[in-house]
Design a protein around this ligand. Structure first.
Ligand SMILES: [Mg+2]
Length: 742
């Protein structure tokens, strides 16, 4: 590059010199030539004219013209320009006859012009002008040219050179920068130059290396320039062949460093211009991250078992094998029983311990060829190919036997059983998703049956499940479309037979099924949580109706509303009741909430707090279906309740069976002793009504009096009742009931 720079410097100097010389000399020379030529022309013209004028005088006076000095001087003094010009007239003897008065400075340019008389020359006129002004201007131009040329020379010579120097400097800086990057690269880079070996074949010598490559390959500074055959250190030995191979094209390989376990990828490739390069990258962390990602993507982080994604993949493969070999494949879907309460009461850490232990026990129980996975939560799946003589029941039984249900968590023993659903390929499905779904359905069925621990899938199960899903969907839609409505069953005073209260009962008018009774949809509404918005709707509608009836002039009646267990435990019942009472403007003392025994005993302290809050709203609380649940005397004492409703099961045969009678008597006795209001439901005959009234039951409800009535019919019944009262026909029968049921 330096040589190149010198050559540019030399040619620049020559060019600048020539241009400067031209600039210095050419303009003054051109000027001088033009001015001299112009002056010559002017002198010739002036001389010719003056010689002719003098010739005229000579012709007019041929003998005496030489004595006409004054006249000749006047002729010589005539000028067409103001330029100083000397004119002298000589005779043939060379004597001055006349001359102009002008003086001219040397150097002088002169021209002679003959004067004739009758064809003979008689005198000579000499015209002279000074060259001094022309020479002075020429000299001035020369000076200016020299100055301009000097400047031009300087610019032409220095500017390109400075540009070259700048380019050279920035190139150097850039090279230093790249050198520094090259040196500090985490990736190792080694360069080899292709040279001719001793035998004429191509050899490679190490031309350069950065520290990263040097440390891995064990290169030292003194190795630069050595043939690759002489390089022995570090990891270079296995790379040597690749470097040699790069003469033909790119070669890649992966290396693991002994001792450190670090993994490198090595790429060796030709670079052109007789060079070969090796790029070395440490991929240890990258590989580790990729492995971790794979673990996260395909394995369950808690138990280390396969996750759903990997399970589906394996199932796909196992189905292929089973299909090819004409075998069956069982998918066993495990779900732990009683796991959720442990998680809720002992905490998630305890739950995790159990899941890890379940995974361990299952791992020890399955065969090597089986696939075991955790789908999430407490769900595990075993996929097993069945040999000809095997069946899935044996595998399920064996797994259950080995998966002993007792676990020790936080120093105490807990019992966690399992339910298994089994689907079999190809009978119950041919895709992994289908087999899993059907095994899940079977497991759900097994869970519902306390007598079995595992259950095989059947098509009916799927139908049932679909029916359930359809019902759930329909219920949500019914809520949206306002398809629910209320009926009201009167509760009469046992003594007077007068309607004292009504119980709001929800019904569903399905566009497809018609009128649907609560038994067909309340359990599903409970299970899916629809009961919470539905219960709220019932409460709100019942209160609004009560308020409307009062505004329409009806006498005050109590409105009894059933509250579901889920609504009481999960929903914010107190707030709902508070809002409903406020919005409807109904007297809260007329609102009775009927709760079942089972929902009250789940969390006694919390239940008492909730009941107290409800009581604080001035609503009354009763226990529905009393006698069928826990019937604990303890909670009768502790809970702030107002009434008991004896379950219809005890009323049905109260007149016939002494045992039933004894139970009913006992319930009434206890309630009375505890000052609770007692209501009997399911009263269907006069005998039952009379007996219950006689035993002290306060109110009665049942078909003997009234079936659940529509709003219109209820209002009609109330009107009829009022009319009878106004007519004075008060019933005085044993139970105060009308002779004929309404
Ligand atoms: Mg009820």
């Amino acid at each position: 590059m330096i040589e190149h720079s010198r050559s540019i410097r030399r040619s620049t100097t020559i060019t600048a010199g020539i241009l400067s010389a031209v600039l210095t000399l050419v303009p003054p020379a051109i000027y001088f030539v033009m001015a001299f030529s112009h002056m010559t022309g002017v002198i010739e013209t002036e001389g010719e004219i003056n010689a002719r004028v003098v010739g005229t005088l000579v012709v007019a006076n041929p003998k005496m013209w030489e004595f006409e000095e004054l006249r000749l001087k006047e002729l010589l003094a005539r000028r067409s320009t103001q330029t100083t010009e000397r004119r002298v007239l000589y005779n043939l003897k060379g004597e001055v006859v006349a001359e102009s008065s002008d003086k001219v400075l040397p150097p002088i340019l002169s021209k002679s012009f003959p004067v004739h008389d009758a064809g003979h020359r008689v005198a000579v006129l000499v015209v002279s002008r000074s060259l001094a002004p022309t020479l002075m201007v020429t000299a001035l131009l020369l000076c200016l040219g020299a100055i301009g040329a000097g400047f031009t020379f300087f610019r032409l010579r220095t500017v390109p050179l400075r540009a070259i120097e700048n380019a050279y400097r920035s190139l150097k800086q850039s090279e230093e920068k790249y050198r520094s990057v090259y040196e500090s690269l985490k990736e190792g880079l080694a360069l080899y130059r292709i040279v001719a070996g001793d035998g004429g074949e191509a050899d490679l010598v190490l031309a350069d290396t950065n520290p990263a490559a040097a440390s891995v390959f064990g290169f030292g500074r003194d190795d630069i320039g050595k043939s690759i055959r002489q390089l022995q250190g570090g990891l270079f030995a296995p790379v040597r062949g690749a470097v040699q191979g790069a003469l033909q094209g790119e070669v890649s390989l992966e290396l693991e460093q002994e001792g450190t376990g670090r993994v490198f990828t090595v790429n060796t490739f030709p670079m052109g211009e007789g060079m070969v390069a090796t790029l070395l990258e440490d991929v240890t962390e990258k590989k580790r991250s990729a492995e971790q990602l794979e673990t996260l993507a395909y394995y369950d982080s808690l138990t280390g078992l396969l996750n759903r994604r990997m399970l589906l993949d394996r199932m796909e493969h196992t189905i292929d094998v089973a299909q090819r070999e004409g075998l069956k494949m069982a998918t066993l879907f495990f779900d732990l029983n009683g796991f959720k309460p442990i998680n809720d009461t002992l905490g998630h850490e305890a739950g995790d311990q159990i899941l890890i232990e379940v995974a361990r026990r299952l791992k020890n129980s399955v065969r090597k060829k089986d696939t075991l996975a955790r789908l999430g939560g407490d769900e595990f799946v075993v996929v097993a190919t069945l040999d000809k003589e095997e069946n899935a029941s044996c595998i399920a039984q064996n797994l259950l036997r080995r998966l002993t249900p007792v676990y020790e968590v936080s120093g105490r023993e807990v019992y966690v059983g399992a339910s298994i659903g089994v689907s079999v390929y190809p009978d119950d499905g041919t895709s992994p998703e289908n087999l899993l779904k059907n095994a899940d359905i079977a497991m759900y069925n097994a869970k519902k049956r306390p007598d079995v621990e595992f259950c095989f899938y059947s098509a009916q199960m799927n139908q049932k499940l679909q029916d359930r899903m359809r019902l759930e969907f329909d219920l949500w839609m019914a809520l949206d479309r306002d398809e629910f409505f209320l009926e009201y069953q009167p509760i009469v005073d046992a003594r007077s037979g007068r309607i004292a209260a009504v119980e709001a009962l929800v019904r569903w008018m399905s566009p497809e099924k018609g009128r649907v009774m609560p038994d067909a949809f309340i359990p599903m509404a409970e299970e899916t949580g629809i009961i919470i918005p539905l219960g709220g709707w019932v409460l709100n509608t019942a209160c609004l109706k009560l308020r409307q009836w009062q505004e329409a002039g009806c006498r005050p009646l109590r409105m009894s509303v059933n509250i579901s267990g889920r609504q009481f435990v999960r929903g914010d019942l107190c707030r709902t009741v508070e809002e409903v009472v406020e919005q409807s403007g109904v007297d809260p003392a007329l609102l009775e909430l009927e709760l079942t025994e089972t929902c009250l005993i789940k969390n006694v302290d919390e239940t008492i707090a909730k009941l107290c809050r409800l009581k604080g709203l001035n609503v009354s609380i009763g226990i529905d279906d009393f006698g069928t649940g826990y019937s604990s005397l303890q909670y009768l004492k502790n809970f702030p309740i107002d009434h008991l409703k004896i379950d219809r099961a005890f009323i049905k045969n109260v007149c016939e069976l002494p045992d039933e009678r004894a139970i009913v008597d006992a319930i009434i006795g206890i309630a009375k002793a505890m000052e609770l209001h007692v209501i009997a439901e399911g009263v269907e005959s006069r005998e039952q009504a009379e007996y219950l009234a006689q035993r002290g039951c306060d109110e009665l409800q049942g078909y003997y009096y009234h079936r659940p009535l529509s709003e219109e019919r209820l209002l009609e019944v109330l009107r009829e009742e009022r009319m009878r009262e106004e007519a004075g026909s008060v019933w005085t029968g044993g139970a105060g009931a009308p002779a004929v049921p309404v």
